[in-house]
Design a protein around this ligand. Structure first.
Ligand SMILES: *Cc1c(COP(=O)(O)O)cnc(C)c1O
Length: 404
């Protein structure tokens, strides 16, 4: 009997719920796609989505925008991050994060990663000390791994850093019961196809700060129509701001919001389904020689929409052989240690617009870091099969075993 092969697609998300298709069709039929194109006393899908997402996260204010990348750049602009200013951020993240810093002309200053794949708080304190002009930490909860947020906020307070959270991979996650995106001053989310809600492209921003909310609404291109928002501060918060803030258009439209509202209603159930799949893979991989699982702290309610494991000390050739063997059996893995950026995977040394910065600890971890998505189109049996294939191939290729 030959080796079993997985036939599912790692990039196939679920269809849009019927209720979303129905309300999207309604928007298409009436044609009022622009968020401020409203008839009579209609609230509009975007304003309703903002109100519902604010309620979901417990935030006072919410703004829906064109992408997660736009959300982060908008947050940095609203905080007055100046061209040339250093902005602290994770060395282990994806390109839209340093890209948002570059979008405002600022300079990313990267912070090391721990084996839990979270930002290294000792190095954060060291970098904050070494770059006293840095006022902002753009914190990426990369691949859904949440740092110890009480300890992180302690470091931020000690260095007078404002925290902006990139929650592209933690929409629906919590740390000690607090929704991801609610520890920092501003939380940014993405509704791009590969995230936890899918409108193709899109982003959401939450904050409790009325002035920041007003600035971000004006930045997104609200003209003088901000009174049509529902999850916005009162008109007084906009006084004196309207002339000084440039319009950097990046609004969400009613079509995308119509698709997202039914998904938000299902978000917690979907997050639970992801985590069930994550746990199935984790169980199947436990105790595999040569493979290290990432420990998940009890305080973290994570969303298991992707899976990572470490192959410490394996070496590039052995990892490439493993990747090839798994791909031949239908399990497409991503490797953060690759020399050149592949698909969505890249690492800090590839972002040539950022100053070169040695991060030896991150290099060591990424050299053995393997990653794959767990779309909800996978069943629990699919997840168990993926784990079986991985377990066999890792065992075959592990240093000191059969492959040597
Ligand atoms: C996807 C992603 C974003 C936001 O991306 P957009 O495509 O601009 O919505 C931000 N951070 C991380 C880590 C991401 O993976």
């Amino acid at each position: 009997m030959g080796d079993e092969r997985f036939i599912g697609s790692f990039t196939q998300q679920e269809p849009i719920p019927e209720a979303g298709i129905d309300s999207a069709t309604e928007v298409l039929r009436h044609g009022r796609l622009h968020r401020y194109n409203l008839a009579g006393d209609e609230a509009g899908e975007v304003a309703l989505l903002e109100e519902e997402f604010a309620a979901y996260t417990g935030a006072r204010y919410c703004l829906a925008v064109a992408s997660g990348g736009y959300a982060m750049a908008c947050a940095l602009r609203a905080l007055g991050v100046a061209p040339g200013a250093p902005v602290l951020s994770n060395g282990f993240t994806l390109a839209p994060v340093p890209g948002a810093i570059a979008a405002v002309g600022a300079r990313p200053v990267f912070v090391e990663t721990t084996e839990q794949l979270t930002i290294d708080l000792d190095h954060l304190a060291a970098q904050a000390g070494a770059h006293p002009q840095a006022r902002v930490l753009l914190l990426s909860h990369m691949r859904g791994h949440v740092a110890d947020m009480e300890a992180l906020m302690e470091v931020a307070r000690a260095h007078d850093l404002t925290v902006v959270e990139d929650c592209a991979h933690t929409m629906g996650a919590r740390w000690r019961g607090v929704p991801s995106g609610r520890h920092g001053a501003i939380g940014c989310y993405s509704t791009q196809t590969y995230k936890h809600m899918n409108s193709g492209e899109g982003g959401l921003i939450v904050t409790d700060d009325a002035t920041l909310a007003a600035r971000m609404i004006l930045l997104s291109g609200s003209y003088m129509l901000y009174a049509r928002h529902r999850a916005a501060p009162p008109p007084e918060a906009f006084e004196g701001l309207t002339a000084g803030i440039p319009n950097v258009s990046g609004r969400m439209d009613n079509l995308r919001a119509a698709i997202l509202r039914p998904q938000l209603a299902d978000l917690d159930a979907r997050c639970a389904a992801w985590t069930e799949r994550y746990r199935a893979v984790e169980r199947g991989l436990a105790g595999t020689p040569g493979l290290r699982l990432v420990e998940r702290p009890a305080a973290e309610r994570f969303v298991g929409s992707s899976f990572q494991f470490l192959l410490p000390g394996w070496g590039a050739e052995r990892i490439e052989a493993l990747l090839g063997a798994c791909a031949a059996r239908g399990v497409e893995l991503k490797w953060f240690g690759a020399e050149a950026p592949h698909g969505f995977t890249s690492r800090y040394a590839h972002w040539a617009y950022a100053d070169p910065q040695p991060l030896p600890q991150t290099d060591r971890i990424l050299a053995g870091l393997i990653d794959f998505r767990l779309p909800l189109t996978f069943s629990l049996a699919d997840c168990a099969q993926i784990a079986r294939i991985l377990r066999q191939e890792v065992t075959r290729h592990a240093p000191g075993l059969a492959a040597e």
